[in-house]
Write a protein that binds this ligand. Structure first.
Ligand code: F6P
Length: 526
């Protein structure tokens, strides 16, 4: 099937995307899907009916639909860890039963949500000025991204996020906090992550050094309740979740507590509702009208078929500044794998490198390469119809115009003739030719655009769930396990071994020459 797709791609090498619009007046509508008040337009790509049919056949052959049902039904699709994958249960607000090993998990999920809501309200009303979420990876990126995204809904205490083991992170954060009115949330699924545990201990010591009691100042969010108890955090302040919630899929449950404290339980529920709506769409819509499926297939056409190995996520929404970082973990930790479920080598490329920055900032940084570099970078634009600053409507109009201009420019490009026209009169002869060539844009560069009414909690929920399901579909088609992350282990093991060598407690004998040289230079310059 991949060979068929590659043949289709080769036959389209010379074809311009613009020509597709000229041939088909309905192209924009036919190569778009709508869901939950959002429009995903993928018409500015090389997709045509034949390619679409082949991509859909790929999804059918990979059994996307039955495997999707298996996920929602609590089957242990995380095969290397023997776990179900049920972050969807965390937003299943109507409480319809979800069975894991024959037990309905929903009463527990909803009870935990209820407890979170009570505590969040209590904290919001308590005079706490600062909440510091200490976590990393999935225990940081989601709530941090969401809290920034929903700034207009933020009416609770200030929220800070400390993740890096670099002492600069916590030191800079603590400088902003009043020890008497600061609350710490230790967010760690395992409660063993070295960065988080180190930062949590520093926070504990800081409170004590400021003459404050630590009692009532710490909350734990973890699957490892025993470890949380070892920290002396009372049960009422521990919020657990099961091993069927992956770290990078966990912002919907207890890991989202900081965000809930920031925006309040009602808005947090709206976020969950948005995710739940996207779940219903993903389960019910036919593959060709299914937004996560189409986003996945377009991505795979670009990456696995056309060989464009990176994709840029470009939100024209400043408050989605951390979305690219969030998606880096979601997509790259999930689908950056070289072996399939059965342990065989993948025969196609794994998931792409995901990167990006909000527009319009990116335009003044790396868009040069996107437009004229030799690599093609498929771009995923997103923009709201409405900003949250009605008095600054002209800003929003400029933002939208820039977003649309970029996808148009990427597609159209500028021919040598057009470029000559731009410099005619300023230069002549060979110099005109040379100058014109610098102003050529190859064009024919693909992009998708996601448009939504406004970035509110429900919309954010839809967007996050959209990307989660996209990752699922890509994983199913690649036949990999999107829910483990063995690739992060080796570095952690080596860091543990290197610790005593960095401190000088142990010799670096046996290490490679480069590592020894680096250790020596570092120790000489401490
Ligand atoms: O980097 C690996 C990882 O396990 C991520 O998957 C996870 O989100 C992060 O570390 C943090 O883990 P924990 O929540 O257990 O501290």
């Amino acid at each position: 099937m991949w060979d068929d797709l590659k043949r289709l791609a080769a036959a389209r090498e010379e074809r311009r995307i613009e020509a597709l619009f000229a041939e088909d007046a309905d192209r924009a509508a036919r190569f778009s899907v709508e869901a939950g008040g959002m429009l995903l337009d993928f018409s500015k790509t090389q997709l045509d009916d034949e390619v679409l049919e082949a991509l859909l056949a790929l999804a059918e052959a990979a059994q996307v639909a039955p495997r999707r049902e298996a996920m929602f039904a609590g089957a242990k699709i995380n095969e290397t860890e023997g776990r179900a994958v049920l972050h969807t249960a965390l937003r299943n607000l109507d409480g319809a039963p979800v069975l894991v090993d024959g037990t309905d998990v929903m009463p527990e999920v909803l009870a935990t949500l209820g407890r979170m809501e009570v505590l969040a309200e209590e904290i919001r009303a308590s005079g706490v000025t600062d909440v510091v979420n200490i976590g990393i990876g999935g225990s940081d990126l989601g709530p941090k991204m969401g809290t920034i995204a929903l700034a207009p809904f933020h009416d609770g205490p200030r929220c800070h996020f400390v993740s890096n083991v670099d002492g600069a992170d916590i030191a800079d954060t603590l400088k902003l906090c009043n020890p008497a009115s600061t609350l710490f949330i230790i967010a760690s699924k395992t409660f063993t992550t070295i960065e988080t545990m180190t930062n949590a201990k520093t926070a504990w010591d800081w409170l004590e050094s400021k003459g404050q009691t630590t009692e009532g100042k710490f909350i734990a969010l973890s699957s490892n309740q025993a470890k949380a108890a070892e920290w002396g955090i009372p049960e009422t302040r521990v919020f657990g979740f099961e091993d069927w919630v992956g770290g990078r899929y966990s912002m919907w449950g207890p890991i989202g507590l900081s965000m809930m404290i920031a925006i309040g339980p009602d808005d947090f529920r709206a976020f969950l509702r948005g995710g739940m709506e996207m779940d219903a769409h993903f389960r019910d819509a036919p593959l060709a009208q299914n937004m996560p499926v189409m986003l996945a297939l377009v991505g795979m056409w670009h990456n696995q078929v056309l060989g464009y190995t990176t994709r840029a996520v470009l939100p024209y929404d400043n408050r989605l500044a951390r979305l690219p970082a969030y998606l880096q973990q979601l997509e790259m930790e999930s689908n950056g794998k070289g072996v399939s479920m059965d342990g065989a080598d993948l025969t196609v490329t794994s998931g792409p490198v995901v990167w990006g920055e909000p527009g319009t900032n990116g335009q003044h940084a790396f868009y040069q390469l996107i437009h004229q570099g030799t690599r093609v970078v498929p771009c995923e634009f997103m923009v709201a119809a409405r900003g949250h600053e009605p008095e600054l409507r002209h800003h929003h109009e400029l933002l939208v115009a820039n977003c649309l201009a970029q996808s148009e420019a990427l597609m159209r490009g500028r021919s040598l003739d057009e470029a000559r026209g731009k410099v005619a009169g300023k230069f002549e002869g060979d110099e005109l030719e040379r100058q014109a060539r610098h102003r050529v844009f190859p064009g024919n560069r693909p992009s998708t655009t996601l448009v939504y009414a406004s970035l509110d909690p429900q919309t954010l929920g839809r967007i996050v769930a959209l990307y989660e399901h996209r990752v699922f579909v890509e994983g199913v088609i690649l036949n990999i396990n999107s829910y483990d992350q063995w690739g992060v282990e080796l570095g952690k093991e080596l860091a543990t071994a290197l610790g005593p060598m960095v401190s000088g407690a142990q010799s670096a004998e046996g290490k490679d020459g480069s590592t020894r040289q680096l250790l020596t230079f570092l120790s000489q310059n401490v």
